[in-house]
Design a protein around this ligand. Structure first.
Ligand code: SAH
Length: 238
């Protein structure tokens, strides 16, 4: 004979079942890793913009790295992605993003989509992100990844970002995530008045210097030289 369960036992079963459902729906086991990443790698090195810090806490970096590197997705370094390219170190992403001074109403251009991670960080902060990648397979996989993750304000394109995206210009900010040998004039041209561009400049096989270019309404742009950095080269289309 089956005994009727007491109400207390039934209640416990219900509570346990509810807990399991809640645990199963929390599909991001890396939330804590991201908080630690922001605290130890980014705030500790002086990044203060609260919106930038929050964006870095939100974007699931582990979804942008190759599957075999999942466990080290939040470590303090760049990581290889396909085709010999890299996803930048989290601190560099934060530093370059903060230098852009992103505002909610901004439209930003990124040159060098790579994994799509930097574009995702920007998409949390501004109205529209445009991003160009020269390697078609990388551009296409990043576009799919960003759509799958639900980013709706990012427009991707495969092409040579040296020439920018004139049809979508002017941009409030431009970020170049590959090392250029010079500051591409078409990008300066496509900056809005008082717009800012962050770009690593220097020779591909050496340390480069991060430059902040500010477009002035009258007169030539101001160029400030900032941190030494190391990026993969900005390629030129044949
Ligand atoms: N921002 C990326 C990392 C970029 S690695 C991320 O968050 O993952 C630099 C990328 O720039 C590479 O994918 C490389 O293929 C791309 N690239 C190099 N030259 C380019 C060019 N001329 N135009 C557009 N993309 C370029």
């Amino acid at each position: 004979m089956v005994k009727a369960r007491s109400p207390q036992v039934a209640l416990c079963v219900l509570v346990a079942a509810g807990f399991l459902v809640a645990a199963a729906s929390d599909d991001d086991p890396y939330t804590q890793d991201r908080r630690e990443m922001v605290r130890r790698q980014i705030q500790a090195r002086g990044i203060k913009d609260q919106r930038v810090l929050e964006a870095l806490r939100r974007v699931p970096r582990h979804r942008f790295v190759p599957a075999d590197l999942l466990r080290i997705a939040y470590q303090d370094s760049p990581l290889p992605i396909d085709y010999g390219q890299t996803i930048s170190q989290p601190y560099i992403v934060a530093r370059m993003t903060e230098l852009l001074e992103p505002k909610a109403e901004h439209r930003i251009l990124e040159v060098g989509t790579g994994s799509g991670y930097q574009a995702a960080v920007l998409s949390e902060l501004v109205k529209e992100v445009y991003t160009i990648e020269i390697i078609p397979q990388l551009g296409e996989s990043a576009a799919k990844r960003l759509t799958d993750l639900g980013y709706r304000n990012i427009t991707t394109k495969v092409g040579d970002g040296y020439f920018g995206w004139p049809q979508k210009a002017p941009f409030d900010g431009i970020i170049v995530t590959a090392a250029a040998t010079d500051i591409p004039p078409p990008l300066v041209e496509q900056l809005a008045p008082v717009g800012r561009m962050v770009i690593p400049v220097g020779s591909p096989d050496q340390t480069q210097l991060l430059k902040l270019v500010t477009k002035n309404p009258d007169g030539p742009p101001t160029v400030r030289t900032l941190d030494p950095v190391r990026f993969v080269p900005l390629r030129r289309s044949p």
